[in-house]
Design a protein around this ligand. Structure first.
Ligand code: UD1
Ligand code: UDP
Length: 359
């Protein structure tokens, strides 16, 4: 039996871990101990995902959040180190690129416990992003690097990290596994369209939360301006991340669209399934738009998911209002067409489990 300690802490990590934890239970030869750092803590940012997606209750649940990056990461390091010493896992499993990811990988590495990284090899080549620093450092100290795409493998090769002593493998994307598994439940159970009075097929779905947008008044103002202009013509729905809410209040920026609390995964998948188009700076949502055959306007200056851009499924618009409006106008009349398969076959989680159980 392989024992792993999984470290998660933020919304996208709960969704990724839901897919892998299910595969771990099916696999039968892995024992998972789950540690939640508490980085995300509101019910709508955390517990709702555990309930909806039947993620096992964490064995360790810290409350480390709402402070500077260094403080948060340092506190996580201490807590995770104690858990590793107690549990003696064969691997520490981490996801993505958040502070919880880096803390999990670093704590393990200091104790010489091998690190397995899901979503390895992604790069934006923008070192101003905290996520870029987290993912580069995490990849450097991981021994099993599970890459969602060919581009991710290429990035690791380019950095000299694809060495024979490591497993560097393309697994596909675990978010695709989750989207496929939950699509029908989301469609059947969600009542979000009725409660927000949304016209199916006619609304724009927007999310914004990246620090590079929210913490820069000029960029956030430009996004708000674009949203407010679009909402004169279309229904625009925006489930609001707490970081963005805080910054909109701080800058006194008024949003004139349908604003909600963050929604659960089922509501979000239902919103994507029936929207006209997605506008987002989220990593996960860019892909989910593609999974459900919707165009995505990416509110960033670069993306890790370059295949979407090259395949004509998404447009990088940054915070350029004219480009955002022009992209919406162009894409709303265009049928979504893409013959490529970018993110695997929906079995990335099983592939990962096979590599984890082979110590
Ligand atoms: C974090 C990740 C980011 C990821 C995002 C997913 C880092 C550096 N960033 O960003 O990569 O895309 O999660 O959503 O790890 N807050 C609440 N309630 C919550 C959670 C957060 O009010 O449940 C508030 C915090 O108090 C803080 C702000 O939102 O003031 C930002 O939270 P934080 O976890 O620092 O970063 P995110 O922007 O969520
Ligand atoms: N998501 C959600 N409710 C929301 C916003 C996002 O369930 O109100 C889901 C979304 O469908 C995706 C994941 O959260 O699966 C993406 O998380 P987020 O955008 O916070 O982080 P990122 O992917 O950018 O790291």
């Amino acid at each position: 039996m392989t024992k792993i300690l999984t470290v998660i802490g933020t919304r996208p990590q709960f969704i990724k871990a839901a897919a892998v934890s299910r595969a771990i239970q099916e696999n039968g030869s892995i024992r998972e101990v789950l540690l939640h750092t508490g980085q995300h803590y509101d019910d709508v940012m955390s517990d709702i995902f555990f309930r909806e997606m039947h993620i096992p209750k964490p064995d360790y649940h810290f409350s480390i959040n709402n402070s500077t990056h260094a403080t948060m990461t340092a506190q996580m390091l201490e807590g995770i180190e104690s858990a590793i010493i107690k549990e003696k896992p064969d691997y520490v499993l981490v996801y993505g690129d958040t502070n919880s990811t880096l803390a999990g990988a670093l704590a393990a590495s200091k104790l010489h416990v091998p690190v397995a990284h899901v979503e390895a090899g992604l790069r934006s080549f923008n070192m101003d992003m905290p996520e870029e620093v987290n993912r580069i450092l995490t990849d450097r100290i991981s021994t099993k690097l599970f890459c969602p795409t060919d581009t991710a493998i290429h990035n690791l090769e380019h950095e000299g990290l694809a060495t024979p002593d490591k497993i560097v493998v393309k697994t596909g994307d675990v978010m695709y596994d989750a989207a496929l598994y939950y699509a029908k439940q989301a469609h059947d159970k969600s009542t979000i369209h009725e409660s927000l009075k949304l016209k199916k097929g006619e609304y724009l779905l927007v999310t914004v939360h990246r620090a590079e947008n929210t913490d820069d008044k000029r960029r956030l103002s430009a996004i708000v301006d674009a949203i407010n202009t679009l909402s004169k013509r279309y229904q625009v729905v925006l489930p609001l991340h707490p970081r963005t809410k805080k910054m909109l209040e701080q800058y006194s920026l008024p949003l004139n669209c349908i604003v909600t609390e963050p929604v659960g995964y089922f509501d979000m998948i239902a919103l994507i399934q029936d929207c006209m188009m997605v506008l987002t700076d989220s990593g996960g949502l860019q892909k989910e738009a593609y999974f459900f055959h919707k165009y995505c306007i990416t509110l960033r200056d670069q993306t890790e998911w370059v295949e979407l851009m090259k395949g004509g499924c998404s447009v990088i618009a940054g915070t350029n209002k004219e480009l955002i409006l022009e992209s919406v106008a162009t894409m709303c009349d265009k049928e979504f067409h893409n013959g490529s398969v970018f993110y695997g076959d929906g079995h990335a989680s099983q592939v990962i489990c096979n590599y984890l159980s082979a110590k």
